[in-house]
Design a binder for this molecule. Sequence first.
Ligand SMILES: *Cc1c(COP(=O)(O)O)cnc(C)c1O
Ligand code: SF4
Length: 372
Amino acid sequence: MFVLKNMGHQKGPLWKGLISQSITRPQDLPESFEIDAPGLEDVVSRYPMRINPYYLSLIKARGDAIYRQCIPELDELVDQRGVEDPLNEDGHSPVPGLTHRYPDRVLFLVSSRCPVYCRFCNRKRKVGNASMVTEESIREGILYIRSQKEIRDVLLSGGDPLLLENKELFHILTEVRSLPHVEIIRIGTRVPCTLPQRVTPQLAGVLRKFHPLYILTHFNHPDEITPDAALACGRLANAGIPLGSQTVLLKGVNDDPLIIKKLMQKLLSIRVRPYYLFQPDLAKATAHFWTPLRKGLQIMAGMQGHTSGLCMPHFAIDLPGGGGKVPLLPEYVKDADGDSLLIRNYLGREHRYPLYSEPELNESWHKKGEEL
Ligand SMILES: *Cc1c(COP(=O)(O)O)cnc(C)c1O
Ligand code: SF4
């Protein structure tokens, strides 16, 4: 529908040109979208908009899956359900910009900017606001990680860490990698999906110095898997970086078994392993994306057995208030008696599976459990 402008005249890397040509004001949106510009001014003054020309070019029609993810809606201000900080990230934050919820890992925000501001973002209270991450907050975050020896896994997030300059990223990764107790580093980023041009050979060259390093990216619809996205993911995979996707189930975007199955299959074809499929968080200004919990379970049941196990993410909810992530499974166990389970397989047929209850075995396991 839209054609990328020729940016041959731009100095510097292509991705910076794409960022600088992003649409940030409702009146600059294409006329064919027939938006209510004055109404949306209020929305974007509260929750910023940014749509770079690459992501805009993926929209095929008003209201389609890509459109819904990036074009603001009046509902964002009208629907008052949800809370600003649904996972209580700020409450579990020993220093600003870092959340330490689980014993062995932390979430560390290192950038306040994203290539597109997703309308469903669970951190929309913060993204695009420069005070979300500062040089000071990054310094304090690193000091905190240094002081807590039980942290063996650091998840860099934001905003999008890959919108930092290569040298800023290099600096943060060098600091974190220098801590002996940090075993793995993860980067949560939508760049391979929303601005794949950012994944230059130079960036891949920086990242590969910090193994073991994992990238968790975030694709929500098969139309996002383009030749540009495939090139970006291929560059990262060729740099030895395992790639996972954290997809969010969104009404009007991907709440359909066939769309999710196709997405998961296409992700594998660009070497991205599905990791999580999240039920949307109960964040304020995102209620128009919420889906019934049942739907996610049905989608998972519809994939299991019908396509490769590698396609299967964990379907999970993140408990409101900071209770953490919990995986949910469709009901496969129909009944249990003393000796066996009655189990439904992927075709809906029932089978029995013995429990093998051996008293001696149970006892020795119990002892082992006590020793641990
Ligand atoms: C999601 C999350 C993590 C990482 O969780 P994994 O299940 O290990 O991927 C860590 N910290 C916080 C606060 C999170 O929200
Ligand atoms: S890229 Fe991630 S952090 Fe940024 S707006 Fe989208 S969902 Fe939120």
